[in-house]
Design a binder for this molecule. Structure first.
Ligand code: E4P
Length: 226
């Protein structure tokens, strides 16, 4: 499993990148709004993220018609070679994904909540598909089960003839709210988990690691004073 950071916050991205295990970043309109992002600065902000991260950076189109999404997507793809255009799973989004994939632009199909949606995304040429976990949990349904189903269903077929450069579509477990979501998504075979910085920090921690570290330090002090 690879880890992406789900944020538009540059300080978080710089910090996570310095840990050596970051493979990419996903943003969305809400995450950009959360950092006080302004419309006129959006492309420059995505460029800053792309300069920090050595890996795919998802930038979302907010257009609603296929022609607008395609135009948006082509502009976003011009920002940097590692930009991935994020497009919601809807009819206009599928049509735009096909057109962008045919022009060599990588797409991350977002807001995916079902197996049929994921298969349609794959057939339309998406490079990534993002099933959301937490938002299912928010309505008392099992988001992890959907991730498992989507991984299993996509593994049943070869979609390489549909995607950019014949690359296999990868499943990004998204809307991750806890380290346990990451554990379960990894066991189910999700290729990537995109996680908020708070979850990434929790993923590093374990109480037994803390306890073990404390006892090693104490014993080392004894060695120094012996
Ligand atoms: C995915 O790429 C989305 O940006 C994100 O994971 C949404 O998460 P949320 O449901 O916590 O907003």
């Amino acid at each position: 499993m690879k880890f992406f950071l789900d944020t538009a916050d540059l300080a978080e991205i710089e910090e996570a990148a310095s840990w050596g295990a970051l493979a990419g970043v996903t943003t969305n309109p809400s995450l950009y709004a959360r950092i006080g992002g302004k419309l006129e600065d959006f492309h420059a902000h995505i460029k800053r993220i792309c300069d920090i991260v050595d890996g795919p950076v998802s930038a979302e189109s907010v257009a609603m018609t296929r022609d607008e999404i395609i135009r948006d997507g082509l502009e976003l793809a011009e920002i940097a070679p590692n930009v991935v255009v994020k497009i919601p799973t809807m009819v206009e989004g599928l049509a735009a994904t096909r057109a962008l994939a045919d022009q060599g632009v990588s797409v991350n199909m977002t807001l995916c909540f079902s197996v049929p949606q994921a298969i349609l995304a794959a057939r339309a040429g998406a490079r990534y598909v993002s099933p959301f976990i937490g938002r299912f949990d928010d309505i008392s349904e099992d988001g992890l089960e959907q991730v498992g189903n989507i991984v299993q269903a996509l593994n049943n077929y070869d979609f390489s003839s549909s995607t950019v450069n014949g690359e296999q579509i990868e499943v990004i477990a998204a809307s991750v709210r806890s380290a346990n979501h990451v554990t379960q998504a990894a066991l189910m075979g999700a290729d990537i988990a995109t996680v908020p910085f708070g979850v990434l920090k929790k993923m590093v921690q374990h109480p037994l690691t803390d306890r073990g570290l404390e006892s090693f330090m104490k014993d080392w002090e004894k060695v120094q004073n012996a």
